[in-house]
Structure formats: C-alpha cells, structure tokens
Design a protein around this ligand. Structure first.
Ligand SMILES: NC(=O)c1ccc[n+]([C@@H]2O[C@H](COP(=O)([O-])OP(=O)(O)OC[C@H]3O[C@@H](n4cnc5c(N)ncnc54)[C@H](OP(=O)(O)O)[C@@H]3O)[C@@H](O)[C@H]2O)c1
Length: 551
C-alpha cells in the first residue's frame, strides 16, 4: 500500500517522519512525505501530475493554513489552502480511487457546549480559521463517498511551534507567566495522533463511506493546567498565574470549550487515546533529552561523584538522628517495614538530587513511582533506596545502607552505597573503578581471584534450597566459608575481595541492586542472571529483579 503524507514540514507531518524513522524496516507500507515545496495542494495541475505518477492508495492530509489569528485578515489565503487545496486533493482521490484521511479541528465548534463534543454536534465556527477548515470538510463530503475526517484539538509535539515547547522555553527565561484558565479542552500529542491514523489505515477495507471521527488525548484541562504541568515536569521555577481570556485579547476569538468526545473513534477503530498528562510528560522527557544531546554533553561526565557521596552522607546523618532515639514502625502494603528514617532519608536525597540535577528523573523505593509509559523513555535516571535494610535498622545491628545509582539506558553507570553507622562509603563510576572511603583513607577495590578456599556472601542460617544447591556444587571444588552482611553490602564484599560469590536466589527490587551492581562490576566482578548470562537490567515494567549471581 502506498501512502502519501502532505504538509510534511508541519508539526504533525514531522511527527510522521519521526515515527517512520523509528519503525524503519517494520513499516509495512510505502510512505512518501511531501512538503509544501514538493507538493502544493493549491496547485491542481501539479497535484494531478503527482497522482498520475505515484498513484497513492491513501492520502493523509496534514497540509493546512493554521495561523489562527492571521486568518482573520488573510481570509482568502486560509480558504485557498483549507478549502480549495482540500477540494483539489479530494478530486484526485476520486480519480485515483485513493482513501483521503483529512485532519480537521475542534475550532469548527462555537465552544458553547457543556460536555465533550460528539461528531454529530452542530458546527458553528467563530473565526475564519475554523470556517475555512469546516469548508474543507464540506468539500470532502460533497466530492468523495469514502473518506476519513479526523478532528483533533490542541496539537503539540517535539517538532514545530506549539504551546508545550513555548512554555518550556519561557519556563527557563521567565520568573512568572500568565496563562488563560477559561478555555477548556484537551491537548493532543502528535505522536498519539500518528499512531491513531495508522490504526485506521490498517482497517482501510472497513471504510465504505465518509467517516467523521474525533481524536484527542483523554482527560480535560485548561491551558493554565497544561502550563502548570509543563513547568512542573520540566523542573522550572517559573510561577504560572491563571487569567481570564478577557485579559489576553487575541485577533481571533477561541472557543471557550472544545473538548472532543473520543467514543466513536475508540469504538469504530479500537484507537487508543492515552491520558493527556501521560503523553505530555513523555514529550517533555523527549525534549529535555534532546536539549541535552544538542548541547553535545555526556551526562555521566557532568556527574560529580563527590556530590552524590555528600548527598548519601546527609541522608545517613538524617537516618542516624532517628536511629539514636525511639521510632515508630509502619507496615507497607507488601508487609515490609517502613520507618520515619526511610521517609526522612528519601526526602533529603530527592531534594538534593533535584536541586543539583533538575533534568534527571528519580525512581525511589519511597516515592510514588512514575508510570511505565512515561519512565520507559528515560535515558538517564536516579535509582534510590534511601534505607536498604530497614529490618537491620529496626534490629539496630548497623548493617543498613543508603543506595543511590545512576542508570543510563537500563544499565547502572554510577553508584554510591553509604553505611551510616560505620561512616563507610563505597562508590563507583563506569570506566573509573570502584572505591571504598573509610576515615581519611580511600582504597581502590578489586575482586579476589579464586583459591582453594572461597567465601560465599550468604547467611548460613537463611539458606534457601537454590542457594544451598549452589553452595553444595561449589563444595565439590572448593573449601567454602560463609560471610554475611546486610543486603547491598554483599555486593561490596565481592568488590572488596572478601567474598567470591554472592548468589541472590530470592526476590529483590531494582533499587536494592543498582548501586551494588556498578560497584561490583567496576571492581571486576559480574552481576548476571544465571539462566541467560545477561547482566541485570533496569527500568523494566516490573521493577522486580530476576535471581542473580555476583562473582
Ligand atoms: N496545531 C493545532 O493545535 C491543531 C489543532 C487542531 C487541528 N489541527 C489541524 O492539524 C493539522 C496539522 O496541523 P499542524 O499543527 O501540523 O500544522 P502546521 O505545523 O502549521 O503544518 C501545516 C503544514 O502545512 C503546510 N502547508 C501550508 N500550505 C500548504 C499548501 N498549500 N500545500 C502544501 N502544504 C501546505 C505548511 O507548509 P510550510 O512548512 O511551508 O509552512 C506546514 O508544513 C492541520 O490540518 C490543522 O488544521 C491543528
């Protein structure tokens, strides 16, 4: 199937281009992207020539005149593209039996409804742009018998000019901003719309008439709500103040309510409409990462290990303050204990990491974790266990630790483990080795070679069946002794050369192992899943680790 995308230089067109690049060989269709220079939809002779040569089966029309305010004075221009251009395309589609998928807008409505607009609600545009887009829709219905018109709202994405990108920029430049809070609707991420369009194209044979559907992200908000989320997610300190539209006059009046109902598109084509906050967070993450790579920086080089050690020590001091007095113990849903110390340590770490590295998101045991849909696109993130070994803390045996790791593309690249009671630090950075600081002394760590005698980091009294089998196996070749320590400290035992193996054939979570893994790896050890031989990986949908072996 051949698909033509018009208006390929616009924000939606660019989102198509990006999507195709991501899919590369997995795209089952032959897709051509045509910019306004390649194919001007107002030039009917050139369009005719193009169709005769290329004969597309589907045309997705992203070309449009979209300057809402300027349209009030450039009425002819708006109608030339949005009405006449669309008419030209529809005529070529009839002639070549191609399916036209056309993008229209929420601005065809007057904004006076009180519930999400269904497709059959009476149109009544209040500005020239909306009128020209409606005229385009009408041309399609009068010329074609099979087509899909998709009305969408408040488009934004990583390309072109849009509200989200403007707010992110202003958030870095200004201390405060006024944003209207009496225009209600729903933002739509261009990449979600692209996916929706392909989902419809997949079902092309089902389309036997002119179909009109609405598509936006799910949920409802004002521009003010949207701006607040953008500032929050882009770690901007810019204050956002709500103002009425009357305080921000524009040449074109905007509909005050333009929420679109997604029910029909979901029912008819099974299209997904992700929640607006989830998609906006995704887009912000992409943009933040892109800004970083534009500056051609390597995040790891910017991380000062001393600062992270310092943060871990501050958290440790907060824990010790509580350790030395009475404290309460709560039970979490998973029946593991939680103390004031876990919460306090988490607060200290999160506050300092956010202050020093506002661009790097945090995944912590004690903070509500970001949805997988959002975090799966994190290139870098901090993985934090503010108090590993809460049970040891409660028993007051001193073997609890503070763990902070930096994860890059699913692998730990920096880690700090701090033992508050002993004021001992273990740290490692990828490519730089593993170290222990005790008092004034810093020592480089190296795993120990195997000799006749080996030490296994495990508690003799708590061996489960799998671990016992592992030990029995080793006993065939070596004289085995046990060495025990609190959870993440077992990685350090291997890194220090005090233990040769740490078999962990029981459940752990990602935050229990991130820092320990890089400390062991940089000391020359491996942390792998026995069945596959692959190292442990991070930011999985399920944060539970598989069983692993450190050696
Ligand atoms: N943006 C929104 O918030 C929003 C909301 C609801 C609906 N929509 C609709 O969604 C669609 C995509 O919007 P968008 O935000 O991607 O718009 P956009 O960024 O303004 O892109 C429109 C593209 O159309 C091209 N174009 C203009 N006149 C043309 C012509 N005569 N022939 C061929 N191409 C032409 C432009 O070319 P140049 O690059 O040369 O300028 C531009 O690349 C439009 O139909 C729009 O009405 C947008």
């Amino acid at each position: 199937m051949r698909i033509l995308i018009t208006g390929a230089n616009g924000q939606l067109g660019k989102a198509f281009e990006f999507y195709l690049e991501q899919l590369s060989d997995a795209m089952p269709y032959e897709v051509s992207l045509a910019t306004s220079k390649d194919l001007d939809i107002t030039e009917s002779a050139k369009l005719s020539e193009y169709f005769a040569k290329q004969s597309p089966d589907v045309v997705v029309n992203c070309a449009a005149y979209t300057k809402v305010d300027q349209a009030e004075t450039e009425i002819d221009k708006a109608h030339l593209v949005n009405e006449k251009g669309v008419e030209n395309l529809a005529e070529q589609c009839v002639k070549h039996n191609a399916l036209l998928v056309h993008i229209s807008t929420d601005y065809v409505f007057n904004g006076e409804a009180e519930e999400a607009y269904p497709e059959n609600w009476a149109t009544d545009p209040i500005g020239v742009y909306g009128k020209s887009k409606l005229a385009g829709e009408e041309k399609i219905r009068s010329i074609l018998t099979k087509s899909v018109i998709i009305r969408t709202s408040w488009l934004y994405g990583r390309f072109g000019h849009n509200f989200l990108k403007t707010m992110m920029r202003l958030g870095q430049e200004r201390d405060s901003l006024n944003v209207v809070n009496d225009q209600i609707g729903c933002p739509t991420f261009t990449e979600d719309l692209v996916k929706a369009i392909f989902k419809i194209i997949e079902q092309k044979d089902k389309i036997q008439e002119n179909v009109l559907v609405h598509f936006s992200n799910s949920g409802i908000c004002s521009w003010y709500d949207f701006a607040r989320l953008i500032m929050q997610e882009s770690a901007s300190n810019c204050a956002v103040h709500p103002i009425p539209s009357s305080a921000y006059p524009t040449p074109a009046k905007r509909p005050s309510f333009s929420l679109l109902s997604n029910q029909k598109i979901q029912k008819l084509f099974g299209v997904e409409c992700p929640q607006w906050e989830t998609s906006a967070k995704k887009c912000i993450t992409y943009l933040k990462q892109n800004n970083r790579s534009k500056k051609n920086t390597n995040m790891l080089n910017q991380i000062n290990t001393e600062k992270i050690v310092d943060i871990a020590k501050k958290a440790g001091a907060a824990i010790l303050e509580i350790y030395e007095r009475d404290f309460e113990v709560d039970m979490k849903e998973d029946k593991s204990p939680l103390t004031e110390a876990d919460k306090k340590s988490n607060e200290v770490i999160v506050q300092h990491l956010q202050e020093q590295y506002p661009d790097i998101p945090i995944l912590s045991e004690e903070t509500k974790q970001e949805e997988y849909e959002v975090r799966k696109d994190w290139e870098y993130f901090w993985l934090v266990d503010p108090l590993d070994g809460t049970k040891e803390f409660i028993k007051r045996n001193g073997e609890f630790t503070v763990n902070i790791a930096l994860i890059h593309q699913g692998k730990p690249v920096m880690g700090v483990i701090y033992v508050p009671v002993q004021d001992k630090v273990f740290y490692a950075k990828k490519g730089e080795g593993s170290f222990r600081i005790q008092g004034d002394e810093t020592s480089k760590l190296e795993k120990a070679p195997l000799g006749k005698k080996i030490a296994i980091a495990a508690s003799r009294s708590h061996l489960n069946e799998d671990t016992q089998a592992f030990v029995d196996e080793k006993r065939k070749d070596y004289e085995v002794e046990y060495i025990s320590a609190g959870s993440s400290l077992k990685f350090c035992l291997v890194a220090e050369g005090k233990a040769h193996f740490y078999p962990r054939f029981a459940p752990t979570m990602e935050w229990d192992t991130g820092a320990g893994q890089i400390i062991a790896e940089e000391a020359g050890a491996s942390v792998t899943i026995p069945e596959s031989g692959e190292p442990l990986s991070y930011n999985k949908e399920n944060l539970l680790n598989p069983y692993f072996l450190v050696q």
